[in-house]
Every structure is written in structure tokens, then in C-alpha cells.
Design a protein around this ligand. Sequence first.
Ligand code: CA
Length: 164
Amino acid sequence: MYSLNNVLSKGFELLFYGYNKDDTNTTHLSTYSRTPSGLIGYPVGGAYPPSVVATWTIDATSVNSTPPYLDINLQSVGLETCPNTDPCTCDTLIVYEISDKGLMSMRERYCSSTTNNVLSNAPGRFIVAFFSDATTQSGSGDGFQLQYLSAADPPVTPEPDTSE
Ligand SMILES: [Ca+2]
């Protein structure tokens, strides 16, 4: 077991209670990658099924180096047309960023279809989460494809002051 300052790291325990009318039918997918660039897409051809929770966790940082900046290009997002006033109550795709201090925040949320939306200078760690609800609506439910790679125009960080 890992120890830091004589305090054992015991992980965590999370308890939650809720109600889901079809929890036994929900498909869970989870992917983790450390590659510095790549393609993420779902599904592979065709339309996505109902009741899916899928996440992709990317950690393009490496030990003892500052996190790189990435450009995330949402080449296509095809979500079914939600009949509700708030389209985010149906299917959705969310991109979360994770800061170098480990804090997660939502960068962008897609609740309808779009193309070529670039999220510039995202940190080297991010999570893509796709949720489809229990019903199949009309519209182009062909999912999404994104590409991530080193940022084309990363922010400039000042050189450390070495003058004494
Ligand atoms: Ca749906």
C-alpha cells in the first residue's frame, strides 16, 4: 500500500442512492488512454443505441513534465433530436477538463448536432462522456468523432527568472 507522510492512502468510498427505471439495461463503456494524440469515436458505424453511458479518459501528461496543451476537434457530433424544451434532457456529449491540480470542470456540452468545433488549449488530461437516454428519437443519432493532438497555439508561459 502506498504511504505518504505515514498516512495510508486508502482510496475512496462513494455511496449514492437513486432511481433508474432501466438500470439493468444500461450499457457502460469505459476507456483509458495515455497516447498524446488520437481519435475517439462512438459508435463505429451506424446509429448509437439507447441507454449507453460511455467515457474516455485521456491522460497525455507524463511524470515530471508539465501538462501539454491539446486541441480537441469535435469533427462531428450527431445526436438525436430531443423533443423536450431543454435538449440536454435527452442524449448528450460532455468534454471535461482536468487541471494539473486534479480538478475536473466541464469544458463543453453538446446536446444537438454540430461539426468542426475546436476546443483549443485543453489541458493534457480530459474526459469525454457520452450519454444516451432510454428512448430513440428522430435525427442523426450517429454519435461523434473527435481528434485530439498537440495544441497549435499553446499559451506562452514565462521563463523562470534565473537572475540573482
Ligand atoms: Ca436518445
